[in-house]
Design a protein around this ligand. Structure first.
Ligand SMILES: NC(=O)c1ccc[n+]([C@@H]2O[C@H](COP(=O)([O-])OP(=O)(O)OC[C@H]3O[C@@H](n4cnc5c(N)ncnc54)[C@H](O)[C@@H]3O)[C@@H](O)[C@H]2O)c1
Length: 275
């Protein structure tokens, strides 16, 4: 099994639609032992989702903006396992003012919240757990939405993801000498609670239906969960600072997959011999 005997911390399971829930499910199928984290009032939902996993993992409280929560998670894992083989950061949040056309008007307090939760916490969590990960080989994985271009409605969350992509490279630089890898999975659009807060998810769906050469199922996060597990495993020992796109191939396309006929071209125009 890909993750036999691995001890993993999986953050970001809110409900059974969460990308992290699928990563957790696949990780258990592949032999890993898990601890989950839950946030704020959502922790009751996390407990409920955890009960659908077998065996039910323990759930620790973690608000990534609270340094004492980070320290408590570290203390728990140290007492429980004395090491950590892998960590999934599946956490993102931006206040509504930062999304859906708010790019030019969002106030700094809201933008800073988006950055703290969605970008900075990736580094803060890995830094807090680095000694436990260094026992390994350890692996850190985060979840990205391709930040090379500007997307409809994604606004400051897109900028936060661009920061995450850069932070991942610096994390790879600083943790690599300790034997810890850091990689991101850039997922295509998926119908999760976080995605529902972005009004333009429909526009993404349309784009993906046109541009994904492999096709894309917005209600199936399992392919993303599988890629996360591959990066947490010993099968990617020399990969770090990387962004793996699990998006049906959209990131590599410059336009729709099906060729668009140029005006006047086609089998019946001059120069064509017809069928
Ligand atoms: N759904 C998509 O289309 C998509 C695509 C690419 C990347 N992503 C990324 O995947 C990750 C997981 O999102 P998801 O789509 O599974 O949605 P989700 O709503 O299921 O998960 C988001 C998680 O972030 C957690 N969170 C928010 N603020 C927090 C805080 N202060 N402290 C700790 N946890 C906090 C929530 O509790 C929740 O578990 C996010 O980083 C998101 O940006 C999502």
């Amino acid at each position: 099994m890909l993750l036999a005997d691995k001890k993993l911390l999986i953050t970001g399971v809110l409900d059974p639609r969460s990308i992290a829930f699928f990563a957790a499910k696949v990780a258990q199928e592949q032999g890993a032992e898990l601890v989950l984290t839950g946030f704020g009032r959502g922790i009751r939902l996390t407990e409920r989702a955890a009960a659908r996993l077998d065996p039910k993992p323990d759930v620790l409280e973690l608000d990534v903006t609270q340094p004492e929560h980070l320290a408590a998670v570290r203390a728990d894992l140290e007492a429980r396992w004395g090491r950590l083989d892998g960590l999934l950061h599946a956490i993102g949040f931006a206040p509504g003012s930062c999304l859906d056309g708010g790019f030019l008007t969002a106030p700094w307090e809201d933008v800073s919240t988006a950055f703290q939760v969605s970008t900075y916490s990736y580094v803060a969590l890995a830094a807090e757990l680095q000694d436990l990960l260094a026992v390994g080989p350890g692996a850190v994985v985060g979840l990205d939405f391709d930040a090379q271009v500007a997307w409809p409605g994604y606004d400051w969350m897109g900028v936060a993801k661009a920061g995450l992509e850069s932070a991942n490279r610096y994390l790879a630089r600083d943790l690599g000498p300790k034997g810890i890898r850091a990689n991101l999975v850039a997922a295509g659009p998926l119908h999760t609670m976080a995605a529902r807060s972005i009004g333009t998810i429909g526009a993404f769906e349309h784009l993906w239906s046109e541009r994904a050469p492999l096709g894309w199922e917005t209600r199936d996060p399992e392919p993303v969960g599988r890629a996360v597990c591959a990066l947490l495993s010993d099968w990617t020992p020399a990969i770090t600072g990387e962004i793996v796109h699990v998006d049906g191939g959209v990131h590599a396309m410059g336009g729709p997959v099906a060729p668009v006929a140029a005006e006047g071209a086609g089998p019946d125009t001059a120069g064509s011999q017809g069928a």
